[in-house]
Every structure is written in structure tokens, then in C-alpha cells.
Design a protein around this ligand. Structure first.
Ligand code: RB5
Length: 149
């Protein structure tokens, strides 16, 4: 079961936040698959987004958290992979809505833009909130097979 396995990764702009959120996820009862990076040496965020995307797509994790400096690059990178619905989150409202309405399976945060207490609150909500389904299920299905109009 990957239900409570969380894949986490960051670039050098997010490794400190990732470490703190990893402790928080464990405290919340999740097993963490930490895919790096672990220090300030400059790395490329697409490589880390790819690691979390692969973990989810291969069934090694049920959800993911990605952190870069702004959260922007790593969310763009993650959303290039099929089956990945990555949401760039700045507050608790977004954390709740990305689960309720979008069934986001990856939460992206900015290590240089979001305070750690807000980030921890977002993590708790992201991990605890179920997809609402209903009218949102059809919309989420369209994300998997977009068509131009
Ligand atoms: C790295 O300096 C920075 O560009 C990266 O962490 C991220 O913010 C990119 O979107």
C-alpha cells in the first residue's frame, strides 16, 4: 500500500523546508521517501520533480511534496508528467481546495516565499483532505486527456 507514503524532493532553494516538512509528515503518520537534495549545492529542479513524478507513477508513493525557491519551476516541471496533478500552494485555502476540487497528488511550495508554520499547516491539510469527487471528477478526468477547442 502506498496510501501513506509521501515522496519528497527539493532543489537547493527548498532543502531546508523539505527537511522540516519531512519531520512533520512522519509526525503525522506518513512514511517518507526522500529523493533529495540535501544541501545548498546548486542543482536543477526538473530532476527532482522527475523523481517524485516517477515515484508516484510507479506506485512507490501515494502523494508528493516538492519544494524549490519559489515553488514555480518545480510545479511546472512536475505537471509535465502524465498522472501528476501538482498544485503550487501558498496558504491553507489552496491546500484544501487542491485536494477537494483538483485531486492534486503533489503539493509544491516555495522555500523562499512561504513561512515554515504556514507550510506545515498546508502539509497537514494536503495530507488529510480527501477529493470531493462528484462534479469535479469529470473535470479532473479532462486534465488527463486535454483537447484544444
Ligand atoms: C533556484 O535559484 C531557483 O531558481 C529555483 O529554486 C526555483 O525558484 C525555480 O523556479
Amino acid at each position: 500500500m502506498t496510501d501513506r507514503i509521501l515522496a519528497m524532493a527539493s532543489d537547493h532553494g527548498g532543502y531546508e523546508m523539505k527537511a522540516l516538512l519531512k519531520d512533520e509528515a512522519v509526525r503525522l503518520g506518513w512514511a517518507v521517501l526522500d529523493l533529495g537534495t540535501d544541501g545548498p549545492a546548486s542543482v536543477d529542479y526538473p530532476d527532482y520533480a522527475a523523481g517524485v513524478a516517477a515515484a508516484i507513477r510507479e506506485g512507490r508513493a501515494g502523494r508528493g511534496v516538492l519544494v524549490c525557491g519559489s515553488g514555480i519551476g518545480i510545479s511546472i516541471a512536475a505537471n509535465r508528467f502524465p498522472e501528476i496533478r501538482a498544485a503550487l500552494i501558498h496558504d491553507s485555502y489552496g491546500a484544501r481546495m487542491c485536494r477537494l476540487h483538483n485531486d492534486a497528488n503533489v503539493m509544491c511550495l516555495g522555500g523562499r516565499t512561504t513561512g515554515i508554520e504556514i507550510a506545515k499547516e498546508c502539509l497537514t491539510i494536503f495530507l488529510d483532505t480527501a477529493f470531493e469527487g462528484g462534479r469535479h471528477a469529470n473535470r479532473v478526468a479532462k486534465l488527463a486527456a486535454p483537447s484544444c477547442r
